[in-house]
Design a protein around this ligand. Structure first.
Ligand SMILES: Cc1ncc(COP(=O)(O)O)c(C=O)c1O
Length: 342
């Protein structure tokens, strides 16, 4: 039985055309700055976001962790939401790699407001308080069920950061999903942030890779930190070629993932065992179960029907649509969900 794997949009395999592009890539030693394909990807991403420079890295965790390391000094405080990937799912990295403390902001599906940021900034004159230095925004919000940020509120947060001397970093692992929803452009988002991390290996379907974007000085420092973290790769052009191919061919089709997620979500919300379904803005479906069955039991039941998904809490389940999920897979998922009657 073929498994429909909805655990994450990271599970995709490169398409035959992407593999071809990887094989054809011109290569060099990227630690020496000599890989033409990596250079092309970095230049293209910097230009897309209207920034001076960019850095290709093995993962979104690394681009986020490098950004935090460059923006802060040990003891500084980072403002983010409690479910933020940078805090919750990066192995304690911002504390271990950069010695930062963290203050969580109250949030609606991962989105906080300019007032929340203002209220959280420590008084710089109070020597006993940590130095608030960085705000991290995640768009779309993974734990928020793929929620999309309002760009105007984000711009207001940038203004507040400017008046308090804070840096603003975007964990844009799934930013391209957000762009499809509100029609904003990469340049619009580029104007608001000091640094941006974009993942190529999620909705865009590349096997590996994320890009960190910022001004020349920032990326120069980031390049040293990447080396320090062990992320300097040599003939990385084979991977960068997958990223370039994804930018050419896999952006517009993200709308199909969103449509399939909505279809699956509609089936879930109609089931008697569904307690609550988060609104579905993009490709992430999060739902809570009524008390009769735990999330682990529900996931095991779906697995027995060929549908793989994640328990992300005692009664909470996540599904994510992606490049390897077609209409037929969505239909099979809906049939499996409908077959669970109680
Ligand atoms: C919002 C978000 N940021 C960052 C990452 C980290 O990406 P990677 O798995 O490439 O380290 C993920 C991974 O799922 C993510 O969902």
């Amino acid at each position: 039985m073929r498994i429909v794997d909805l655990r994450s949009d990271t599970v995709t395999r490169p398409t035959p055309a992407m593999r071809e592009a990887m094989l054809r890539a011109e290569l060099g030693d990227d630690v020496f700055g000599e890989d033409p394909t990596v250079n092309a990807l970095e230049e293209r991403m910097a230009a897309l976001f209207g920034h001076e420079s960019a850095l290709f890295c093995p993962s979104g965790t690394m681009t986020n962790q490098i950004a935090i390391n460059v923006h802060t000094r040990p003891g500084d405080e980072v403002l983010c939401e409690e479910g933020a990937h940078v805090y919750r799912y990066e192995g304690g990295g911002m504390m271990a790699n950069s010695g930062c403390s963290v203050k969580h902001l109250p949030a609606d599906r991962g989105r906080f407001t300019v007032a929340d940021v203002e209220a959280a900034i420590n008084d710089r004159n109070a020597a006993y308080l940590a130095n608030t230095r960085l705000v991290v925004i995640e768009n779309t919000v993974n734990r928020g069920g793929g929620a999309v940020w309002d760009i105007a509120e984000t711009a207001r947060i940038r203004n507040t950061c400017d008046s308090h001397g804070l840096a603003l970093h975007l964990d844009g692992a799934r930013l391209f999903n957000a762009l499809i929803i509100d029609g904003s452009s990469t340049a619009d988002w580029g104007r608001i942030f000091h640094s941006i991390s974009i993942c190529l290996s999620k909705g865009l379907g590349a096997p590996v890779g994320s890009v960190l974007i910022g001004d020349r000085t920032f990326i120069h420092q980031a390049r040293r930190v990447r080396k320090r973290f062990g992320g300097g790769m040599r003939q990385a052009g084979m991977l960068a070629a997958a990223g370039l191919h994804a930018l050419d061919h896999h952006v517009k089709r993200l709308a199909d993932d969103h449509a399939r997620a909505r279809l699956i979500g509609a089936a879930i919300s109609a089931r008697p065992w569904c307690e609550r379904l988060m609104p579905i803005d993009t490709n992430i479906i999060i739902y809570d179960l009524r008390a009769e069955r735990t999330a682990k039991e529900h996931v095991a039941l779906l697995e027995s029907k060929g549908i793989r998904c994640f328990a992300i809490g005692p009664s909470q389940v996540r599904m994510v649509t992606h490049l390897d999920i077609g209409d037929e897979d969505a239909e099979r998922t809906i049939a499996a969900l409908n077959s669970i009657t109680a």
